[in-house]
Design a protein around this ligand. Structure first.
Ligand code: 13P
Length: 252
């Protein structure tokens, strides 16, 4: 049995006070839930405070990005050592917004994934096709390139989480159908089986992301290869996020 994961990616939202209040509400509202992981990814400025707020609870801390060196003259970047120092155990890598606005390519993603693993952080590696790519019928080519290059020279995947986030579904309200999502999740697991063997691949959590809400997650989470969600907009409101957590923990 794979564990479920619900991760909230707050993106560039929330002041310090807002972050602490939201983290406290999620911690209190989800206490006692078992069999999975609840993960919060606040902006860098709130990591330490949110880390303090959730200490000792079943909520884990996640960064939204990482740099692939431990320290040095890399103005504006944050290292794995620093992330661990404030209590992070997860890090989102290769989100489509980083690929699109900050020109991160598969090679950058690969360097960051390897660095995170060697530092003892769990990468949540994001993949997903654009609308244009889906219409052209090259979704599987794109996903297979992102997975193969993102995981190049990675030897073990026990410590990796994959998030499938179709770019056309992010922040648009256009959630993938259960069939569309399951098809890509199964395809990803198939690639992982070829590369790492069935046992290892069957243990990898593959999360769906893109316009997830408490109203649409129930059907998605009932699919065989969907193990949880990476949530943007709906993770910024206590009720919405707790609703998603409860649906997922109740079904898996
Ligand atoms: P939305 O849930 O706002 O569509 O964002 C998804 C996402 O990008 C999570 O990383």
């Amino acid at each position: 049995m794979r564990k479920w994961i619900v991760a909230g990616n707050w993106k560039m939202n929330n002041t310090l006070a807002e972050s602490i209040a939201l983290a406290k509400a999620i911690k209190e509202g989800s206490s006692g839930l078992q069999g999975g992981a609840i993960v919060l990814a606040p902006p860098f400025t709130a990591l330490a405070a949110v880390g303090e707020t959730i200490k000792g609870s079943n909520v884990s801390l996640c960064a939204q990005n990482i740099y692939c060196e431990d320290k040095g003259a890399f103005t504006g970047e944050i290292s794995p050592v620093m992330l661990k120092d404030v209590g992070c155990t997860y890090v989102i890598i290769g989100h489509s917004e980083r690929r699109k606005y900050f020109h991160e390519g598969d090679n950058d993603v690969n360097l960051k994934v390897k660095k995170a693993i060697s530092a003892g952080l769990t990468p949540i590696m994001c993949v997903g096709e654009t609308e244009e790519e889906r219409v052209k019928g090259i979704t599987q080519d794109v996903i297979s390139r992102q997975i193969n290059q993102g995981l190049k020279d990675v030897e073990k995947i026990e410590c990796i989480v994959i998030a499938y986030e179709p770019v056309w579904a992010i922040g648009t309200g256009k959630v993938a159908t259960t069939a569309q999502a399951q098809e890509v999740h199964a395809f990803i697991r198939g690639i992982l089986k070829d590369k790492f063997g069935s046992n290892a691949a069957n243990n990898v959590c593959i999360l769906y992301g893109g316009s997830v809400t408490k109203d649409n997650i129930g059907d998605l989470i009932s699919m065989d290869d969907i193990d949880g969600a990476l949530v943007g907009g709906a993770s910024l409101k206590t009720d919405g996020f707790l609703g998603i957590i409860k649906k997922i923990s109740g079904k898996k």
